[in-house]
Unconditional design. Structure first.
Length: 168
């Protein structure tokens, strides 16, 4: 089990809640976090699962093994990642930077929804707060068994947006 109590540290516990290892602390280096917002045990590759962390303020995803040894960073795929959801071989990542990123099992970009133009809610694209055709700040996401997904945005009204999966 891995805790989410401190925004810049993560601790791995055994089944009896005995602390085994703590990683993190403020910073930009490998294993350091500015805002460690979400985590996910990724099983897409098969074999040994990996632990993905959304290191939001550093604009990256950090990947660790199950013992919390740093393996790699994924940069350039998300600027302000929030959380993760997995569905049928893909990893969905809502991003406060006005988009949703979808990665395949090999960490390759499969799709990005939204234009990635951030909003401050006042001067930079205020229309994204009221125009349902634009993402303002995707914060959470869920995917159902059919591949339809719902994105909830971090705006005053907390706007949910549903997307229906249409096979190619």
């Amino acid at each position: 089990m891995i805790d989410c109590l401190f925004p810049r540290r993560r601790t791995r516990f055994d089944k009896n809640f005995k602390p085994l290892r703590t990683i993190g602390g403020p910073g930009t280096g490998d294993g350091k976090f500015q805002t460690c917002h979400g985590m996910w045990i990724n099983r897409l590759k098969g074999g040994e699962p990996e632990v993905f962390f959304a290191d939001r303020q550093n604009g990256r995803l950090q990947v660790f093994d199950l013992e919390l040894n740093h393996k790699r960073n994924l940069t350039g795929v998300a600027r302000n990642p929030c959380c993760f959801r997995e569905h049928k071989g893909f990893l969905y990542i809502p991003d406060l930077a006005s988009r949703v990123t979808i990665l395949d099992a090999d960490d390759n970009l499969a799709a990005q929804l939204g234009d990635g133009k951030e909003t401050d809610g006042k001067t930079n694209r205020p229309d994204s707060q009221t125009n349902p055709a634009l993402f303002a700040a995707p914060h959470a996401l869920s995917v159902d068994s059919k591949g339809d997904f719902c994105v909830v945005e971090w705006i005053p009204a907390g706007r949910p947006c549903k997307f229906k999966h249409v096979p190619a």
